[in-house]
Design a protein around this ligand. Sequence first.
Ligand code: PLP
Length: 341
Amino acid sequence: MDINIDLFSDTGTRPSDEMREFMAKAEVGDEQLFEDPSVNKLTEMSADILGKEEAVYLPSGLMANQISFAVHCNPGDEIIMDESAHPIHYEGGATAVISGASIRSVEGKRGIFNLEQFEKAVRTEDYHDPQSKLLSIEQTSNLGGGTIWPLEQIDKLTDKAHELGLKTHMDGARLLNAVAATEISAQRYAANFDSVWFDLSKGLGAPVGSVLAGSKKFINEARYWKQRLGGAMRQAGIIAAGGIYALENNLDRLKIDNENAKLLAEELAQIPAVEIDSSTVETNIVIFKIKGVKSAEFAENLLEDGLRVSVLHDKIRAVTHLDVNREDVLDAINIFKKYLK
Ligand SMILES: *Cc1c(COP(=O)(O)O)cnc(C)c1O
C-alpha cells in the first residue's frame, strides 16, 4: 500500500532537490582534523543560533543527549527528567551504558514539570542517595504532544538547578519548532543551559545529524566522547551541508508545520469519537485517543487510504512536517472522518 500522506514522524522528511544539489557541491575535508569547511560553517552557524561559545556536529540527536550526560555525570550520579523523556524510552538504555548515570523521572503534565516537583526530585546530601547532577528538559516535549516549556518556568528551574549545584541540559530536538511558535529566540531559550542541541534531521529536513552546543570547555570534553563513541567522521561536509541548507532555508517554514498541526487538531476535536484538547497543540505534534477503538487497528485501517500515523499504546500520534502541506492535512482529516462516522 502506497503512503500518500505520512504523519508518522518528522524524521521522515527527505532532502529536496535543491538541498541535494547544495550537498553535492559542498566543500569537504577531514572533519576529525577540523579541516571540513562545511562542518565548520554548520557548527559556527549553530553556535550562533544557540548563543553558545562552540558547537560540535554529531551523527544523531541520541548521541547529543548521551555525550552531554557523560560529560556532566559520573557513573552512579542521577539525572532528573520528565517520565516521558526520550532517553527513558527511545535510547536503548544508553544512559546506563555510556555515562552510567541513573535517571530520576518526574511525573509532569504533558512532559513539563514545575519547580516544586523539581525541588522534590533533587536529592539531599545523604550517603544513601545518588547525587543529583543534571536537570534535563525536552523542548518541545515529544510524548507530551509537542508542548512548549514556558520560558519563565525554564528560568525558574534552571536557576534553582544551578543554585543547588546541578548542571542543566536541553534536549532541543524540536527547539526550533518552539521558536517558530513563540518567536522567543533559540538563544534566549538556551541561555540558562550548560548544554543544548537541536536536530537537523527532523522538521528541518536534512538527512543526517544534530548539533550540540555549550561552553568551550564543555564542547572540548564532548569531543573526547564523540571520538570514544565512534562519532567522529571524515568528509562529513556532504551531510553537514544539508544542515546548512536547512538553517538557511527551512527555519521560517516551521511555522507552517505548527499551523498545519493546529488545523488537524481543531478538526479532529470536532469528531465526537476523538479525545483531544486542541488548545494543548502548540507545535507540530498531535496526540489523541479514539474512544472504543484499538489504536493499532485504527492505524492499520488508515493505511488502506494511504495515511500513516504512529501508535503510542492507546493513543495515536500525527506529526506535520516539510513533506506535508495544508491540502494533505485536509485530505487526512477526511480520511479520519471516513473511519470515525
Ligand atoms: C528524535 C529525538 C531524539 C533523538 O534524535 P535522533 O536524531 O533521532 O537520534 C532525542 N530527543 C527527542 C525529544 C527526540 O524527539
